[in-house]
Write a protein of this length. Structure first.
Length: 171
């Protein structure tokens, strides 16, 4: 379990403000020292079922690029991934598709668009985020598609997953 420590120190002299100069507690507070107060905070892992559909031009892709990136990002954020939806606290569904963006001067452009949706066990939508026009440019269509999916993986792990974690934990 990953935890965070919150450490604070109480300054006894802070309690004498407003007291008369000759008040006995002022003199007593001069000699007081406080030990640091340390509180360990460990957030319970969230149990999530993951559904990822990666397509290119409307057809299912042979090579999964988003799934490994999302799984790694979630697991490093203290999220437990479950195989079945029934036992999960939440279900994360990611649907992505690549589309042709054009070509010129020997280069091909492909855009990947994706929608990530988080629902609870009852099917209520808790969070939705859409990322569009994630661009990949390469010499051929297949490599441009892979480049767009690589960039999509980077955006998901740097923006999308942290936003989900903040939502789930409330900060």
């Amino acid at each position: 379990k990953r935890g965070t420590a919150l450490e604070g120190r109480v300054e006894p002299k802070a309690f004498v403000q407003g007291l008369p100069l000759l008040h006995p507690f002022r003199q007593a507070a001069e000699g007081l020292q406080s030990a640091p107060l340390r509180v360990e905070v460990t957030l319970a892992p969230i149990e999530v079922s993951l559904r990822i559909e990666e397509r290119a031009f409307g057809k299912k892709r042979d090579q999964a690029m988003l799934a490994p990136a999302i799984q790694q990002a979630l697991q490093s954020a203290n999220v437990s991934l479950l195989a079945e939806d029934a036992n999960a606290d939440m279900i994360l569904t990611v649907e992505a598709d690549a589309r042709h963006g054009g070509s010129g001067q020997g280069f091909t452009t492909v855009y990947t668009d994706l929608v990530g949706t988080v629902t609870n066990r009852e099917g209520e939508v808790l969070f939705t985020q859409t990322l569009t026009r994630i661009k990949g440019i390469q010499l051929d269509l297949l490599r441009a598609t892979d480049a767009a999916y690589t960039k999509a993986s980077e955006e998901i792990t740097s923006d999308f997953v942290p936003a989900l974690i903040r939502l789930w934990h409330g900060f």
